[in-house]
Design a protein around this ligand. Structure first.
Ligand code: CMP
Length: 132
């Protein structure tokens, strides 16, 4: 069964959206396997987002993701990586469809509430980083 990694970011955590996001993924049919609340170190943030290290927004991204607690979680289900990404919606909340998490609760790309792995390989890498 495929696993994926979903992280409610500091903006989503601060706004009390953890329950809403967990509920949407559960109602879709995915199964929560592991979860923890933590504040990322810069080292973990830079490793998690290493594919973006050459982008001009990388520094801001690391500042933002380390700015407060996150809810890190592992989900399981058939095609769970793609399914979770559809529930989450497009990266830019301004363009995300209504009915998706980012479409319903977000407005800007720099604080887009939640992260979902973009491939099964990324999911396994990210699960390893956060859950060992
Ligand atoms: P995420 O799915 O966590 O993966 C990479 C993140 O980079 C993405 O969500 C956005 O939050 C962030 N991002 C993408 N584009 C920009 C941008 N132009 N400015 C700031 N952050 C961005």
């Amino acid at each position: 069964m495929e696993r994926t990694f979903v992280m409610v970011k500091p903006d989503g955590f601060r706004r009390g959206l953890v329950g809403e996001i967990v509920s949407r993924l559960e109602r879709k049919g995915l199964t929560l396997r592991e979860a923890r609340v933590l504040t990322l170190t810069r080292e973990l943030a830079e490793e998690h987002y290493r594919e973006h290290r050459d982008k001009k927004f990388f520094g801001e991204l690391v500042d933002f993701i380390t700015s407060g607690p996150v809810f890190a979680s592992v989900w399981e289900g058939p095609d769970s990586v793609a399914v979770a990404r559809r529930v989450i919606g497009s990266t830019n909340p301004a363009e995300a469809a209504p009915g998706t998490i980012r479409g319903d609760f977000g407005l800007t790309v720099d604080s887009n509430i939640v992260h979902g792995s973009d491939s099964p390989a990324s999911a396994e890498r990210e699960i390893g980083l956060f859950f060992g």
